[in-house]
Design a protein around this ligand. Structure first.
Ligand code: G6P
Length: 606
């Protein structure tokens, strides 16, 4: 959701901006723009609605610069158009600004200070750049002082990552953030800023964190950090170890298919990372001690991560015997339930940047409660701000619809539950051989991804036409049905619902009509027969039945049969056919599988 890149000190600035924006495409966007300045009085601003390819097509050979800023916009205030695309600029064409986030009090600032100004866009961002200009021109302030004054006027509930440029100091990037992500990248003789490390990874592996409410001045040869009262701060850079090529699509038509296929390798990598040569998971003992002091585990997440939490809570309760509840972060942030005396929080977030989850973490930290972030992105905001971090080791996930991060989250939850359960002496944990089970899961995933043809045919036959579809199951199968339905609706726009199969008859069965696809997930001994009865009830009302069933429960006419693994880990397999059904349905409809409409990969606004 909105991507930002900035650079100063190199004649490759324009290409660094475009490359960085392409690496941020996964976040979701609907327009793009760049501003570059050659430091000799020439500057260029180019913005286009739609894809980065449209922006590139508008770049002529004469456009060049030694410094610049770039932006991909996911519309919040005003639709996607050239006028609303960033960078925004002041009426006198002196200041240029890119922004990710939402300025909650922009209308009030506009009314109070900018009554005379004619605005070119409907955005909150333009208010900020016009305000900086006003304070510089009318109050004779320096750019730094004016920017700081504006930052102090922005309400605390706002979110922003800003990079501001001034034509009169064209080698300087004025940078600040609150809640929205932004990092400094340190190049050799030049410096950068970007929404994440991947956007700069071709140029550097050395980064510097930016804290909320800091003013950062980035020049080609140095970076100055101050707090909002003007005090200097020092900060050490850190290095990240990411392979720049791991984010490429290779021979795959879409990232999503590549990422689905990578799941067996991710399972094996997790075993290697967390076990090495040992049979016991290697988990930070301080983390286990901190968890052992708690009386209740609260799992917090959004979207697919929330769904992974629903599976994880069952695993924690079984292996550790500790009550575990799961919460949608955007709900928890504003309707905090009554908590136990000694809560421990686990944040699940692929990106580590989701604003809704971060909002919860801010409150958790204010109360000094211990927390763990399980994330795919080392040094991401949620990782930096939680007490502990464990990584997903899934490699970059680019497709908007999350696949390998979901299965990696469940696997890491299982590894952690095993380690914690044993640490507190729960016999269930001792009995559970998670290392061996994850090996079986990896082989099982491989078998499912090898049978794509069947899933492509099922998608074409049953899911290409209907407007609605249902995934149903009970217990842990129900939690997977929620994720399965989310996949289908996200990328194929079929209105899909995941439903507790026993609950169908209490209302929702009224929606079943001729040819409504109903997909049953059946992996649990205790509930298999009941879910089959519920499927029969829908079939009797005209539904087309598709079944995803564990081998030991399979019957002759089941559609997709899954290899057997421990029933608690069955979501790691049952979700894979659902991911592929969503993929092929979207592909069959000719949709952009990786970049579905209206969605963003990293949702950095609340
Ligand atoms: C967005 C993405 C989802 C993701 C959710 C939470 O909505 O489109 O795929 O599940 O954010 O993201 P996180 O990075 O916190 O897991």
């Amino acid at each position: 959701m909105c991507g930002i890149v900035g650079v100063t000190g190199t004649d490759r600035s324009l290409s660094i901006l475009i490359e960085g924006l392409k690496r941020l495409e996964y976040r979701g966007y609907d327009s793009a723009g760049v501003y570059v300045n050659d430091l000799h009085g020439h500057d260029y601003l180019i913005k286009r609605p739609g894809r980065i390819a449209n922006l590139e097509a508008a770049l002529t050979d004469d456009i060049n610069g030694l410094a610049g800023i770039g932006h991909t916009r996911w519309a919040t205030h005003g639709g996607p158009s050239e006028a609303n695309a960033h960078p925004h600029y002041s009426s006198d064409n002196r200041f240029y600004l890119v922004h990710n986030g939402v300025i909650e009090n922009y209308a009030q600032l506009k009314k109070e200070y900018l009554g005379e100004v004619t605005f070119r866009s409907q955005t909150d961002t333009e208010v900020i750049v016009q305000l900086v200009d006003k304070f510089v021109v009318e109050n004779n302030m320096t750019t730094e002082a004016a920017f700081l004054k504006v930052l102090r006027l922005i309400s605390n509930d706002s979110s922003y990552a800003f990079v501001l440029m001034d034509r009169e100091q064209p080698d300087t990037l004025f940078v600040a953030k609150n809640k929205s992500p932004l990092l400094v990248g340190l190049g050799d003789g030049y410096n950068m800023v970007g929404s994440d490390a991947m956007s700069m990874i071709k140029e550097t592996k050395k980064f510097m964190e930016i804290g909320d409410h800091e003013l950062v001045i980035v020049k080609p040869d140095h970076v100055d950090i101050k707090d909002f009262t003007g005090n200097d701060k020092t900060r050490n850079p850190f290095e990240v170890d990411i392979d720049a090529n791991s984010a490429d699509k290779g021979a795959y038509p879409y990232y999503m298919l590549k990422e689905i296929d990578e799941q067996p390798a991710v399972m094996r990598k997790l075993v290697q990372q967390y076990f090495g040569d040992s049979d016991q998971p290697q988990i930070n003992e301080e983390l286990l001690k901190s968890m052992a002091e708690s009386d209740h585990i609260y799992i917090i997440g959004a979207g697919t991560s929330y769904h992974a939490g629903l599976v994880g809570s069952r695993i924690f309760e079984r292996l550790c015997g500790v009550p575990t509840s799961v919460h949608i972060s955007s709900e928890f942030a504003y309707e905090q339930p009554l908590l136990s005396k000694k809560p421990f929080f686990i944040f699940l977030s692929q990106s580590g940047e989701t604003a809704d989850s971060r909002q919860v973490l801010v409150t958790i930290n204010e109360n000094k409660w211990p927390s763990l972030t399980i994330t795919n992105v080392d040094k991401s905001t949620l990782s930096r701000e939680a007490t502990f971090t464990e990584l997903l080791y899934a490699g970059p996930e680019i497709a908007v619809a999350s696949t390998k991060a979901y299965t990696a989250q469940i696997a890491v939850e299982a590894i952690l539950a095993k380690a914690f359960g044993e640490f507190i002496g729960n016999p269930e944990a001792k009995k559970f051989d998670v290392k061996h089970q994850l090996g079986l899961v990896a082989n099982g995933m491989q078998a499912i991804t090898d049978s794509k043809k069947t899933l492509e045919e099922v998608a074409a036959r049953f899911l290409s036409k209907p407007r609605n579809a249902f995934y149903i199951g009970r217990g842990i199968d129900w939690t997977v049905s929620l994720e399965a339905a989310l996949k289908l609706k996200e990328i194929s726009y079929v209105q899909a619902e995941g439903f507790a199969s026993g609950e169908l008859k209490h209302g929702t069965i009224a929606l079943i009509e001729n040819n409504t696809p109903v997909i049953g997930i059946i992996t649990q001994d205790r509930t298999a027969g009941l879910t089959r009865s519920n499927l029969d009830e829908t079939e009797a009302r005209g539904a087309n039945i598709i079944t995803i069933v564990s081998r030991h429960l399979a019957q002759e006419d089941d559609t997709i049969v899954l290899p057997d693994v421990d029933q608690m880990l069955s979501p790691l397999l049952s979700v894979v056919p659902a991911q592929l059904l969503a993929y092929y349905t979207s592909l069959g409809k000719g949709l952009d599988v990786d970049k579905p409409r209206n969605l963003a990969k990293s949702v950095t606004v609340q």
